[in-house]
Design a binder for this molecule. Structure first.
Ligand SMILES: Cc1ncc(COP(=O)(O)O)c(C=O)c1O
Length: 396
């Protein structure tokens, strides 16, 4: 190489690994094992080693390992075809864009849905669609009665017809009863409305209830499932549906800039997650229940709890979220806690759960010593409405 080109190359080259990268990563894994913030965990060396053995084709032209993953996903979800995409957001937005063909149209969903709360207004931007957001009358999940109250049918000139009903399961960690999904789906299909599921966390439903994925997903025309989050892959989601639908969505994926090239290693990581991490979810749920039981024993109010998430309120024992966050983060081996939501995942250590309970126990003891009188909580002991439903569904 001549001197000029060597200089150009010198400016371009980059080494992003720190001198202590291996140690930093070990620390990262340790931090994640003590974090209750979210389910985004650290991919393991074993996962990466498996992923590096994957094929090296170009996925714009159907990459072999990615194609194998898509075929497997179609098979286990009981749909004709699948499409690998970078994120859950893209998967949901592609699905809605593909469903919504000719305005005026609206998407009906729970008001807490990821598609309307946390996808940057994508429904309006990508699809120009109106959102019909429903507050569940039972406080847990939307029912057919809620849907009927808000769905717009017919061709009255002033209205915006419901074209898609988009459900989410789990939603905030809670499982939607399958019989309610079936009722909504029958109503939707008999009125020409398509059913989409944001199943980013559907794995938790399959693990908790022991129900096969194809049975859970049969009521839906399309479903988005994530390999990141609970399953622990670093990247990737799959959209599943009919052959015709997925062919159209593949076109939109390219338009959205999601036509990726050498995705084999991503598909490899996803396959590893399906094989090795899915079976661990049942232990995650057991650890979540242990956390819930510990909180209840301390007199903390449980707002909702299911699968891998606990929403709690420590005010009955005189403790605030800020105090918990502060005390947890200043431990010699810190814990990461946000506010009311605690997320347990496959890398959460049982010691972290014990340590968090100790933090809250100590804070409560201090408050009591200072004269605070704990109040009796509404839900504790009785279990919340959600759990009555959820535990009723569980098969183990
Ligand atoms: C229910 C649900 N849907 C969709 C998404 C979006 O996934 P992503 O972050 O991969 O875009 C998330 C992310 O946490 C989610 O929880």
């Amino acid at each position: 190489m001549d001197a000029a080109r060597a200089q150009v190359a010198d400016k371009i080259k980059l080494d992003i690994l720190s001198l202590t990268q291996e140690e930093d990563n070990k620390r990262g894994i340790r931090e994640v094992s003590r974090s209750f913030l979210c389910a985004n965990i650290v991919p393991t060396l074993e996962m990466y080693l498996y992923a590096t053995r994957a094929s090296v084709g170009d996925d714009v032209y159907h990459e072999p390992c990615t194609k194998a993953l898509e075929a497997h996903m179609a098979n286990i979800t009981g749909k004709e075809a699948a499409l690998f995409v970078p994120s859950g957001t893209m998967s949901n937005q592609l699905a809605l864009r593909t469903h919504l063909k000719q305005p005026p149209y609206a998407v009906l969903c729970d008001h807490r849905s990821h598609i309307v709360r946390y996808e940057v207004g994508g429904l309006a931007h990508h699809s120009g669609a109106h959102a019909q957001m429903v507050i569940p009358s039972n406080g847990h999940h939307i029912t057919l009665e809620d849907v009927k109250e808000h769905a717009v049918l017919g061709e009255e000139i002033h209205t915006c017809p419901t074209t898609v009903i988009s459900l989410e399961n789990t939603l905030n960690g809670t499982i939607m009863p399958q019989d309610e999904i079936l009722r909504i789906s029958e109503y939707a299909h008999s009125n020409g409305i398509n059913m989409h599921l944001d199943g980013a966390r559907i794995w938790h439903v399959a693990a908790e209830t022991g129900t096969p994925l194809d049975e859970l997903l049969a009521p839906f025309d399309t479903v988005s499932l994530c390999f990141s989050k609970g399953l622990g892959a670093p990247i990737g989601s799959c959209l599943v549906g009919s052959k015709q639908f997925i062919a159209r969505a593949r076109w939109f994926r390219k338009m959205f800039g999601g036509g990726m090239r050498q995705t084999g290693f991503m598909a490899g990581a996803a396959a590893y997650a399906l094989t090795h991490n899915f079976p661990k979810l049942i232990d995650v749920h057991a650890l979540t229940r242990k956390l819930e039981t510990g909180l209840v024993e301390l007199g903390v109010e449980i707002i909702t709890v299911d699968t891998c998430m606990v929403f709690f309120d420590p005010s009955p024992i005189g403790v605030s979220y800020a105090e918990i966050v502060e005390r947890a983060s200043s431990l010699p081996d810190p814990l990461k806690v946000g506010g009311s939501r605690l997320v347990v995942h496959i890398q959460t250590s049982p010691e972290a759960v014990e340590d968090l309970l100790t933090v809250i126990r100590d804070l409560a003891a201090n408050k009591k010593a200072a004269g605070f009188v704990p109040s009796v909580t509404k839900t504790n002991g009785l279990r919340s409405y959600n759990n009555v439903y959820v535990r009723g569904m569980a098969k183990h």
